[in-house]
Design a protein around this ligand. Structure first.
Ligand code: NIG
Ligand code: FE
Length: 413
């Protein structure tokens, strides 16, 4: 049979074959590895995966790619980013080095609010230029799909600008984006009261976002001193009513009941989770809420307090990993995140791989990516490493040699 592409002789091929639902707890270690494996791709889709000899007999490829000595995986899915921002905050890094906390910087007019000022000032074109630069880097680091949140515009005009930029770039750029509305990210300066601002989001912004189909998900920064669980619940229920999926930034700096809220509302994911209790973990496991862990954030906050990934898996939770890309945690690299996940949260490299591909795809509602079995999209990454253990181990450099999106070669070193 004639096909477009055969990738053969992979030192390790991780297909992620297995149940179609998110992989929980112990299941995360199984990446369905084939030694000396091959992949058959046609029309942008995966049509076969197995032993090289077997596939070579069955297929007559237009292009044959020899992956001797390489590890082949599905494209990374980054399920939590704040891609739509203007400006940067490198000087705040120095403040953090000198001992200032994230909340102190925010209360002093820095942090999120400073990025809101820069993002409001930027035109949609300027914002898109900054985003494209980041997306090009993400793609070259192996990310083929990412979620992208608004949340640095806050008022109607600027939230729409950010969401339009995300939706346009999903169509215009090779990488795919999943748009999330996160108006409840901070209290904008023109409001004095969190309740009033949440009402504004619910009455003036969410209905327009929903009507124009600009976001698939609604997220909220549920945190002590930011939005409390009551305000968070109100806006999430409104978003649900309008047909959106739910996400929660919770238990990042303090535990005020946000992951429990995510479980009660059957959110698709709860994100951060550095201060989550074992009972919260059980509730999320039972409700099928995926925990999206963002080890780059505690790393950049220098707080040394990472989510308890091992305990979460023990309680049967499904975990995903993400960059949290934002001006506080400025990285496009899922490879860096995997290194941090393995070293700081004691995840096994195979668990980290499942969390960065298959489970990450489910955490953004994508059922056709994150796996290299027949019927999935051919989003494939060839890593210049002989086995997956090198992924966290050989750190701080780009290990990606080739990226295929929908079966097409889109990055090559
Ligand atoms: O997920 N925690 C809230 N939002 C972002 C940080 C945003 C910022 O500092 O600009 C986060 O870490
Ligand atoms: Fe975030």
């Amino acid at each position: 049979m004639k096909i477009d592409l055969l990738i053969k002789n992979c030192s390790e091929l991780h297909t992620l074959k297995g149940p179609k639902r998110p992989r929980c707890g112990d299941e995360m270690k199984d990446t369905a590895m084939v030694t000396g494996g091959a992949l058959a791709v046609d029309g942008g889709m995966m049509i076969d995966a197995g032993e090289t000899g077997e596939l070579e007999e069955k297929y007559d490829p237009v292009v044959s790619m020899d992956a001797t000595g390489k590890t082949v995986i599905p494209g990374f899915v980054d399920p939590h980013t704040h891609l739509a921002f203007a400006g940067s905050r490198e000087d705040e890094l120095v403040m953090k080095i000198e001992g200032k906390s994230y909340m102190e910087i925010l209360r002093g007019g820095g942090g999120i609010l400073r990025t809101v000022r820069a993002t409001r000032k930027a035109t949609k074109g300027e914002l898109k230029d900054a985003m494209v630069k980041r997306m090009d880097t993400m793609l070259s680091y192996g990310t083929t799909t990412a979620e992208a949140k608004s949340g640095y515009g806050l008022d109607l005009e600027n939230e729409l600008k950010c969401l339009e930029a995300i939706n346009e770039l999903d169509r215009e750029h090779t990488m795919d984006l999943v748009p999330t509305y996160m108006g409840a990210h901070a209290l904008p300066p023109e409001f004095k009261d969190h309740g009033e601002y949440i009402d504004y989001c619910m009455e003036e912004v969410l209905p327009v976002v929903a009507e124009r189909k600009l976001a698939e998900y609604c997220d909220v920064f549920c945190e002590e001193g930011i939005f409390d669980p009551c305000h968070s619940r109100d806006i999430l229920l409104k978003a649900k009513e309008l047909g959106m999926g739910l996400k929660v930034h919770g238990d990042e700096l303090a535990n005020i009941g946000c992951s429990r809220l995510a479980a009660r509302l059957s959110a698709i994911s709860a994100e951060h989770l550095a201060k989550t209790t074992v009972d919260d973990m059980k509730a999320m496991a039972e409700a099928g809420v995926t925990g999206i862990l963002l080890p780059g954030t505690p790393f950049m906050l220098m707080q040394g307090h990472y989510p308890d990934a091992r305990m979460m898996m023990e309680q049967g939770m499904a975990l995903a990993l993400a960059t949290d890309l934002n001006p506080n945690c400025y990285t496009e690299s899922m490879q860096m995140v995997i290194t941090l996940a393995c070293l700081q949260m004691k995840m096994h490299p195979r668990e980290a791989l499942t969390a960065s591909t298959f489970n990450a795809a489910r955490a953004v509602g994508r059922e056709d990516i994150g796996c290299l079995e027949p019927g999935y999209k051919a989003d494939v990454v060839i890593l210049d490493i002989p086995n997956i253990l090198h992924l966290p181990y050989h750190f701080g450099v780009n290990l990606v040699e080739r990226v295929y999106k929908d079966g097409k070669l889109v990055f090559c070193r």
